[in-house]
Design a protein around this ligand. Sequence first.
Ligand code: ADP
Length: 365
Amino acid sequence: MREPIIKGGQGGDAPEPNRNTNLHREEGRPVDQMDEKLRPQTLAEVVGQRSVAERLSIALEASKKRGEPLPHILFDGPPGLGKTTFATVLHNELGVELNMTSGPALDKKMDVMPYLTNAVEGSILFIDEIHRLPKTVEEFIYPVMEDFRVDVVLGEGIAARTINLPLKKFTIIGATTRSGMLSGPLRDRFHMHEHLEFYDVDDLARIVAINAEKLRTTITPDAAWELARRSRGTPRLANARLRWVRDYATARADGHIVLSIARDALDMQEVDAEGMDKQDRRYLETLIQVFRGGPSGAEALAATMNLAIDTLTDEVEPYLLRRHFIVRTPRGRRATPAAYRHLNLPEPVSDTDLFPFDEQRRLFE
Ligand code: ADP
């Protein structure tokens, strides 16, 4: 599960790339500081997500022309697809200060207060995992997002009074892997909602080729494509796999990444031809072999796999859903025939075989 250790620094006026960001986080999947070096710094460097990038460039242009802060923006989508990257890029493009925090780090109103009162005109406050903001903090920032003011209660009981503290006009950028968990009032206070999709193989291959250069290594186009194809549509994973393949090429060959090296390195890491790793396969095996293909609730699956439920729902399932290896029904997750084929398991012949629990349930209905 992603742990929110995201710090923001103090900024000046010059748009030095990434000056105010100092990120480190864990997500269950391999992540390290090196990721920061590979992060695009300008909108032109961003690969893929074209329609999102286009809308953001319009918002940027308008904000620059009017001399006003950007509108509040909400990014949602699975981990590693570029939510933090877009926030970083917007701050670089505008040359404004960026402060970073996350929902779980803002436990109390007083935790968020310094971010609000220290925010300079036009700056950006990035709140990762915003769906995990406690309700009291969430309500506290409503007037911030609407009118750039906080309401502070001084004193207690009959002597209590509320004072309105005006703030500078700044932008809140929220990121979430679970937009469904966001309350309606919070969601409505964001002026732009941008959903990030998994990347197609061509875009990921471009990212791999660009990042190979940043890592001062060489890769053939077919090896870059192979790596992209086996990275679950996720740039962060493509970066992690690229680094592994680079190490493998250095240790086992002359450092140049060719197709056979990429294939061998990924095979050794137990990443299969579809880009699924051990955890993905364990999920499908559990669903098929323990729960007989489902339907199964996420809690039961997570408990059986001894995995945090957030890791299961935020990191493992989205790509399996996207690849149609599983479907979500009101009764829980079900494996599709494609999942059986992928694991080389005999496919159930009838719907009753595929979904036996449904049949049992029908007996009692
Ligand atoms: P998220 O915040 O959604 O979890 P990040 O923005 O941290 O994901 O992205 C993880 C890494 O993937 C970045 O450090 C960057 O190297 C790479 N990346 C993400 N989106 C893009 C993109 N559109 N173009 C190029 N690289 C990207």
